[in-house]
Ligand binder design. Structure first.
Ligand SMILES: Cc1cc2nc3c(=O)[nH]c(=O)nc-3n(C[C@H](O)[C@H](O)[C@H](O)COP(=O)(O)OP(=O)(O)OC[C@H]3O[C@@H](n4cnc5c(N)ncnc54)[C@H](O)[C@@H]3O)c2cc1C
Length: 385
């Protein structure tokens, strides 16, 4: 099997367990103390607001740096910089692990010290409230994005622990089927391009979804008649206390409309295996381009948003109900019901989470009044008001 950089790697389940990496910069505790006192310097990112940290501690910062390295820790970081809505107050700590062991150590540390933690991907389905997020935000994104083609019938069974030749982990291979493994932080769009290059089809439906693979498993993301359920073989997950790593099959993930067991059990998706099939790269790219074209025509991609705000209620379509109510173009602060796609709320500049929440409440109230339908947000509302 082959990793995207061409390096040969073992299949997912036999990949060597990397040792927890040492901090890339060996900072003295006193230096860290100084940085907590002055969060706009040193470890803090260039984007840090400089607000005095509530409840920050040099020990915590030291521990985070020891786990992920100084360059992968930000303090008091505005979440507006890390969400597609461009909205959200500061996270006390935002960390970017690159190894499974780092994720595990971070989670265990937080649990042991009764610190809240929040796990995010690319922040494309999040409304982070204006007060920000207390505790530690763990972002699994580009730094946690290795991938590999596991194999097809001719290659399967060559590495220790891989399925027997001719078998996938879902049963007998079809001759043109191939399993692909990827870590959860890989952006879906990137993964779709990489597999298309390899002549592997099946993920085209997801090529315009802007989040990570982990977020897509969590949400059972879908579009244009496809959903993650159609391609997932299994996902490797971590228990919420960081103690147990195990795999869940497609069935075990209990994937439904924008739902998975990952949500109910508060699991952390580390990696996933998908079953794709061979096709011509040009044909795959053409299908992706066509879907992208359709997306551009329908969605207000020119403004920050978190995609469709509401789940589709059984027997109804959200957009037409909002359209019929004449709510498109309604604005509260910087938040507007999109004039291009009634199911989207867009940030027209300077929107706060409070603006978006008021607009959501208005839409819910009017839809309930006119259609008797309860709209449930699809976007995840997190953090403090
Ligand atoms: C313009 C636009 C278009 C969109 N179109 C679509 C579409 O067509 N179809 C669709 O389904 N969605 C769509 N979305 C929504 C969004 O992209 C998806 O829901 C996506 O799967 C979210 O992934 P993320 O990495 O951004 O997750 P985030 O927004 O970072 O997180 C979403 C939830 O997933 C959890 N999560 C993230 N990663 C992990 C992980 N590794 N382990 C455990 N939990 C995790 C978070 O805790 C959070 O609760 C769209 C969004 C935008 C902005």
């Amino acid at each position: 099997m082959r990793e995207n950089n061409g390096r040969q790697v073992a299949p997912a389940h036999t990949l060597p367990r990397a040792q927890a990496s040492a901090p890339s910069q060996d900072l003295e505790l006193k230096e860290l103390d100084a940085m907590v006192a002055a969060p706009d310097q040193g470890l803090a990112s260039e984007h840090t607001s400089g607000r005095t940290l509530a409840g920050s501690s040099p020990e915590l910062l030291h521990a985070l740096v020891a786990i992920v390295g100084a360059e992968a820790v930000r303090i008091n970081e505005p979440m507006a910089l890390h969400t597609s809505f461009a909205i959200g107050g500061p996270a006390d700590y935002l960390v970017f692990p690159s190894e499974v062991e780092q994720v595990q150590s971070l989670v265990r540390y937080c649990v042991q010290h009764s610190l809240p933690y929040f796990l995010m991907g690319k922040g494309t389905d999040l409304l982070v409230q204006d007060g920000g997020i207390r505790g530690v935000v763990i972002q699994l994104s580009e730094r946690f994005a290795r991938w590999a083609v596991v194999g097809h019938p001719a290659e399967a069974g060559t590495a220790e622990g891989s399925p027997a030749a001719g078998q996938s982990s879902r049963g007998k291979y079809q001759p043109d089927e191939v399993e692909v493994w990827a870590q959860s932080g890989i952006p879906l769009r990137h993964l779709c391009e990489l597999v298309a290059e390899q002549g592997l089809a099946g993920l085209e439906f997801a090529s315009g979804i802007p989040g990570t693979l982990g977020g897509a498993v969590f949400m059972n993301a879908g579009a244009y008649g496809g959903e993650m359920k159609d391609v997932l073989v299994e996902a490797e997950v971590l228990s919420p206390d960081g103690q147990r790593r195990f795999s869940l099959s497609n069935e075990g993930l209990r994937l439904g409309y924008r739902h998975s067991v990952v949500q109910d059990q508060k699991l952390i998706v580390l990696a996933a295996r998908m079953l794709l099939h061979r096709d011509e790269p040009a044909a795959i790219r053409a299908r992706m381009a066509e879907l992208w074209q359709r997306r551009c025509e329908k969605q207000p991609l020119e403004y920050p948003s978190a995609g469709s705000v509401f789940k589709r209620p059984p027997g109804h379509y959200v957009g037409p109900m909002i359209q019929e109510l004449g709510l498109q173009g309604t604005k509260i602060g910087g938040a507007e019901v999109s004039t291009k796609h009634a199911g989207f709320i867009v940030n027209r500049g300077g929107a706060t989470a409070a603006d978006v929440l008021r607009l959501i409440a208005l839409i819910q109230e009017r839809v309930k009044e006119r259609f008797g339908v309860d709209l449930e947000p699809e976007i995840r509302i997190v953090g403090e008001p």
